[in-house]
Design a protein. Structure first.
Length: 149
């Protein structure tokens, strides 16, 4: 069994209302980058990056990663949101590798949703409001809308 931690982008997760369903689904079904481990995976935790680094540099993210490694995480997956939206991903990766040389780092977690679903999600005004539906509700609506086309 491989003990895995997942690092997500704080800004994009908060902005999109992401529930982590794609990450959890990939872990459960062993798909995407999580499926490449070739054996059972155990999610030790999901952490966010603490926002774009300021004066504190990378201290906050390293404390969060330490919480995963002290719980037994052997691999840290940078979430798809980190790959797509984070301008600091390379610097984060370098800082984590330096502080935790024994920790394997993988970029990506799950397969990307089909483009038509992403377009529906990104263009849905309800998602950007305060009364936004859950990610599962949005995905179900998007899949149903795409099936009608």
């Amino acid at each position: 069994m491989v003990n895995v931690g997942i690092l997500t982008c704080s800004n994009s997760v908060n902005e999109s209302g992401c529930s982590g369903i794609g990450c959890h689904d990939a872990a459960h079904n062993r798909t995407g980058k999580l499926g490449e481990h070739g054996e059972e995976i155990r999610i030790m935790g999901m952490i966010s990056c603490a926002g774009c680094p300021g004066k504190s540099g990378f201290d906050k993210i390293l404390r969060r990663v330490r919480s995963l490694t002290s719980s037994g995480a052997e691999v840290l997956h940078f979430g798809n949101c980190m790959e797509v939206y984070c301008p600091f991903i390379s610097k984060y990766e370098q800082a984590v590798k330096q502080a935790f040389p024994e920790l394997k780092i993988v970029r990506g977690v799950h397969d990307s949703p089909p483009e038509e679903i992403l377009n529906i999600i990104n263009n849905n005004e309800d998602i950007r409001g305060y009364n936004r539906p859950t990610s599962i509700e949005v995905l179900k609506a998007a899949i149903a809308a795409a099936a009608q086309e």
